[in-house]
Ligand binder design. Structure first.
Ligand SMILES: Cc1ncc(COP(=O)(O)O)c(C=O)c1O
Length: 402
C-alpha cells in the first residue's frame, strides 16, 4: 500500500498515453504510422515570434520575472481582448500562466473546495473534470450529443445546478468535438449563475480557431452580465502554434487574480522569461500567421470530413472550431465484434496503423477523436486506411449491419 496523498485516488491518468505508447512501439518496429492523435498544431511557431525568443536570450532576458508576468505582456493580453472582443480589462485582472492549463489549475485551486460541485459538459477535455477532482470537489457532467451537434443547452446546464454548485466550466471551441457554444446559451447560463452567485469559467484556448463567421463574443456576453464571477482562460498554444513555449493567461476579477498570483508565487512563479517575450510578439505583432493557419485547417477539416462521411459508418458533425473531428462510430460496434470505441481504436491501430483517440478518454464512449493538425497527404492516407478498415469490418460481419 502506498502512502501517497488521498487526493490522487480520484484522479485518472490520460487515456491518450496508452494509444501514444502503442503507436510509438509500431513506429519503432518500422511501420508507417498515420498519427491522428495530436493535440497540437503541426505548424512552426511564426518566424517573428521565434525571433523575439532568440533576441530575449541574446539580451540576457533570462532571469526571474515578477510572478504574474511582465507588465507589458499582461497589457498585451488586455489590448488583444479589447481589439478582439471590445472589452476593457485592467492589467490587475490578467495573470500569465504556464499554458491555459495552469490558468485552469489556479482557478481550481482558488475556487473549489471538497464537497463543492462543478458543472462541466461532455464530451470534454479530461483535464477539466480531473482538476476538479484533484481539489476534492465533484464534477457534475452534463452530456451533449452528436445528433444535437454537441450543442451545450442552457436548460440542461442550469438544471444540473444544486446548492453545492460552485462553478460552471464551459469550453468553446471544444476539445474534442470542435463545437462552439452560442452567445444566447452563455447569456442564459450567466443569468442563472449570477442569480445564485456561481462562478463561470470559460476555457477559450481554441478561441482563434473558429472557421465560420459566427458570433462568438463570449467574453462580452459574460462581462455584461456576470463580470465579478467570470474567469476566462486563454492560451498562446493553439492559435500561435506555441504549445512547447508554455504560455497562457487568466482574466478574472482583481481579487481572484491576486489569489492566483499567490498560488503561482508559491508553486511555479513566473513562466519562462524567454517565452514571455515571444508571447508578447505573438499578441502584439501581425496576426496574419494565425489566419493563414486557420485557412489551412479549414481546408483540412472540409477534406477529411468529406472523405470519412462518404461512408455511413462515420456519423460526424462538421465542427465549427479547434482541429478535431469527433465521429460517432457506435454503428460500427457490435456485441460479437468490436464492442467499444477503445476496441475500435486499438484494432485500427493494429491493422491499419492509424492512431486515433478513443472517446472513452473524453467521457464519450462510442466516439473517436481525429486530429487534423497534420498534413493533407497524411489526412488522405489515413482516411483511405480508415475507410478500408470499416469496409473490412463490415465484410467480415464484425461491425453492426447497415
Ligand atoms: C480544451 C483545452 N483547454 C486547454 C488546453 C491547454 O493547453 P495549454 O496548456 O497548452 O494552453 C488544452 C490543451 O490541449 C485543451 O485542449
Amino acid at each position: 500500500m502506498n502512502t501517497f496523498a488521498r487526493r490522487l485516488e480520484q484522479v485518472s491518468v490520460s487515456a491518450t498515453l496508452k494509444v501514444a505508447a502503442e503507436a510509438e512501439r509500431l513506429r519503432r518496429a518500422g511501420f508507417d504510422v498515420v498519427d491522428f492523435s495530436a493535440g497540437e498544431p503541426d505548424f512552426a511557431t511564426p518566424a517573428h515570434v521565434k525571433q523575439a525568443g532568440k533576441s530575449a536570450i541574446d539580451a540576457n532576458f533570462t532571469r526571474y520575472t515578477v510572478a504574474p508576468g511582465i507588465p507589458e505582456l499582461r497589457d498585451a493580453v488586455c489590448a488583444r481582448y479589447r481589439q478582439d472582443y471590445g472589452i476593457d480589462i485592467a492589467q490587475t485582472e490578467v495573470l500569465i500562466t504556464v499554458g491555459g492549463k495552469q490558468a485552469l489549475f489556479n482557478t481550481a485551486m482558488a475556487l473549489y473546495d471538497p464537497g463543492d460541485e462543478v458543472i462541466v459538459h461532455a464530451p470534454c477535455w479530461p483535464t477539466i473534470p480531473e482538476q476538479v477532482k484533484l481539489m476534492g470537489a465533484t464534477p457534475v457532467v452534463v452530456n451533449t450529443k452528436s445528433e444535437d451537434s454537441f450543442a451545450v443547452r442552457a436548460e440542461a446546464m442550469i438544471s444540473a445546478i444544486t446548492p453545492k454548485t460552485k462553478a460552471i466550466i464551459l469550453n468553446s471551441p471544444s476539445n474534442p468535438t470542435g463545437a462552439l457554444i452560442d452567445e444566447g446559451t452563455v447569456a442564459a447560463i450567466a443569468d442563472a449563475a449570477a442569480a445564485r452567485g456561481i462562478w463561470i469559467v470559460v476555457d477559450l484556448c481554441y478561441e482563434q480557431l473558429i472557421y465560420d463567421p459566427v458570433a462568438h463574443n463570449l467574453p462580452r456576453v459574460l462581462f455584461a452580465r456576470h463580470r465579478d464571477r467570470t474567469v476566462l482562460a486563454g492560451s498562446a498554444s493553439k492559435g500561435y502554434a506555441m504549445t512547447g513555449w508554455r504560455c497562457g493567461w487568466s482574466v478574472a476579477p482583481k481579487e481572484l487574480t491576486a489569489a492566483f498570483n499567490m498560488i503561482q508565487g508559491q508553486s511555479t512563479s513566473n513562466i519562462t522569461s524567454i517565452t514571455q517575450k515571444a508571447a508578447l510578439a505573438a499578441l502584439k505583432g501581425p496576426q496574419d500567421p494565425v489566419f493563414d493557419m486557420l485557412d489551412e485547417y479549414r481546408k483540412r477539416r472540409d477534406s477529411i470530413h468529406g472523405w470519412l462521411t462518404a461512408h455511413p459508418g462515420f456519423r460526424c458533425v462538421k465542427p465549427g472550431g479547434a482541429f478535431y473531428l469527433f465521429p460517432d462510430v457506435s454503428a460500427l460496434l457490435s456485441e460479437g465484434g468490436m464492442r467499444t470505441s477503445a476496441d475500435f481504436a486499438q484494432a485500427l491501430l493494429e491493422r491499419e496503423h492509424v492512431v486515433v483517440v478513443p472517446g472513452e478518454g473524453f467521457a464519450a464512449p462510442g466516439y473517436i477523436r481525429i486530429s487534423y493538425a497534420t498534413s493533407m497527404d497524411r489526412l488522405r492516407e489515413g482516411a483511405t486506411r480508415m475507410l478500408r478498415f470499416v469496409e473490412s469490418l463490415q465484410r467480415s460481419g464484425a461491425g453492426a449491419a447497415h
